[in-house]
Design a protein around this ligand. Structure first.
Ligand code: SF4
Length: 452
């Protein structure tokens, strides 16, 4: 038996899809280890037995890789094979994905310098992986006041932030009388009315541009929020309805029904609202589900042209969540998923959060991302508070080590800036003031050195 820390293994071995992986929770008695075993010393222990890659699978993968045409989207069937490619084929997959990224956005990786505004962490859903949500009375349960919102936005403004990211639970007032009372005291009928007012407050009183993530939205609410924010977001997460089953990640989350989320994204498309969405990797979905989620996003973008960004976000385990003993997706899972996303969506913006892949996040550039998402010099990632964002100078250095320059973008992507800025009104005015000729932040590169 060989027992070796995972971190000391070559990545090719650690991420091999040809390896059989068994997980047990640290602290429980491990099963008898098979020969050639890799053990991590994290909270999750991974035991691995080596099996060879079947030659026919390698041949099929090699044929798929050889048939990829730069800039042309691959088919669902090809994606299904490539997302399960062996470790030996992974470098070839990554090389194609990086080439596709360079064809789409050569030599640059963008990020959005933001403040994170957790408007309320009360939520009517109970997702198995969520550490953000609270019930009324729980320690840390909080709804921000307008004064708090403005104070954080103004502090971010001083640090060169251009995005006010509003994250909040989905319609908590439908479940909790305490939230109805809070809203009554604040003078609003619903959480969405309050969110709309706070977006407008930030827009009027600061140079930041709001980007709300409020959960499911009606046609009317998409239009109302689009009047006070140049873009908005809703993670599709997955198209798998299996995750709604008892004991699965979404078994007590009425707002996570995939059809309902697809409907909101489609309704935003019909209104031409620049929209951020994406998938969550490692919450119980299969590799096929990941491909189908990406294909569903691609289909919507082909119909409406409004998906400004596709986030590939990995599940990270936390001690106080229902999925505390769930295995995290491996680096190999992430690299394969990001690379396949790039080949399925060769002309779309693909983002992966660096803090969730630390300390090796720069490898995501090899897999074809062109954006790091929102990074804050001020506020923590309230969704993953144990994973601090990298220092912006570190992010710049690591991005440059991958032969790309780092540029600051607005919450709305450059492709969508002109159309939004051409409108009349305060939002368009603010957008015109914030954007340079390329639709990025004026002097965004220069500002990096001033953070923190
Ligand atoms: S992930 Fe979002 S919808 Fe699910 S419980 Fe957390 S805040 Fe609520």
């Amino acid at each position: 038996m060989i027992v070796t820390p995972v971190a000391k293994q070559p990545m090719a071995l650690r991420n091999s899809a040809a390896l059989k992986v068994i997980t047990v929770v640290s602290g429980t008695r491990p099963p008898t280890l098979p020969c050639s075993t890799v053990v991590s010393f994290d909270s999750i222990v991974t035991l691995t037995a080596i099996t060879p890659t079947p030659p026919e699978r390698r041949l099929a993968c090699a044929a798929d890789l050889a048939a990829v045409s730069p800039g042309e989207p691959i088919s669902r069937e090809t994606a299904l094979r490539l997302i399960q490619c062996s470790d030996e084929d992974l470098p070839g997959l990554l090389a194609l994905a990086r080439a596709a990224k360079e064809r789409f956005k050569p030599g640059v990786i963008t990020y959005s310098r933001k403040v994170f505004l957790p408007l309320t962490n009360l939520c009517r859903d109970y997702c198995g992986y969520c550490t953000f949500r609270r019930d009324p009375g729980d320690p840390g349960a909080h709804t921000m006041t307008p004064e708090e919102v403005l104070a954080v936005a103004r502090a971010g403004e001083k640090l060169g932030c251009t995005e006010a990211l509003f994250s909040l639970g989905d319609k908590p007032e439908l479940l909790f009388p305490e939230m109805r009372e809070t809203l009554r005291r604040l003078g609003y009928k619903s959480t969405l009315h309050y969110l709309e007012a706070m977006c407008e407050l930030v827009l009027r009183q600061t140079s930041l541009l709001p980007h709300p993530n409020p959960g499911l939205l009606s046609v009317e609410w998409i239009a109302r929020l689009a009047a006070v924010s140049p873009s908005m977001g809703l993670m599709l997460e997955t198209t798998s309805t299996a995750l709604l089953a008892a004991g699965a990640a979404h078994d007590n989350a009425p707002d996570k029904v995939p059809a309902r989320r697809l409907r909101t994204i489609e309704d935003a498309g019909k209104q031409h609202v620049p929209f951020t969405t994406g998938l969550l990797v490692g919450i119980g979905e299969s590799a096929e589900d990941r491909v189908d989620t990406l294909v569903a996003i691609r289909d919507l973008h082909e119909r409406y042209g409004h998906i400004q960004e596709v986030i590939v976000q990995n599940f990270r385990v936390k001690p106080d969540i229902p999925m505390a003993h769930w295995p995290e997706p491996s680096r190999g899972d992430m690299l394969r998923t990001v690379a396949v996303a790039r080949l399925l969506l060769p002309r779309m913006n693909i983002q992966a959060p660096p803090n969730l892949s630390a300390p090796y996040y720069e490898e995501l550039v090899d897999a074809g991302i062109n954006d790091w998402g929102g990074v804050s010099p001020l506020t923590p990632d309230y969704i993953n508070p144990e994973k601090p964002w990298p220092h912006l100078e570190q992010l710049r250095l690591r991005t440059e080590a991958k032969r790309c320059s780092l540029r600051q973008r607005l919450p709305v992507y450059p492709e969508f800036v002109d159309a939004a800025a051409a409108k009349s009104g305060l939002l368009a005015e603010k957008l015109r003031a914030a954007a340079d000729d390329h639709g990025l932040v004026s002097n965004g590169l220069v500002r990096i050195g001033r953070a923190r």
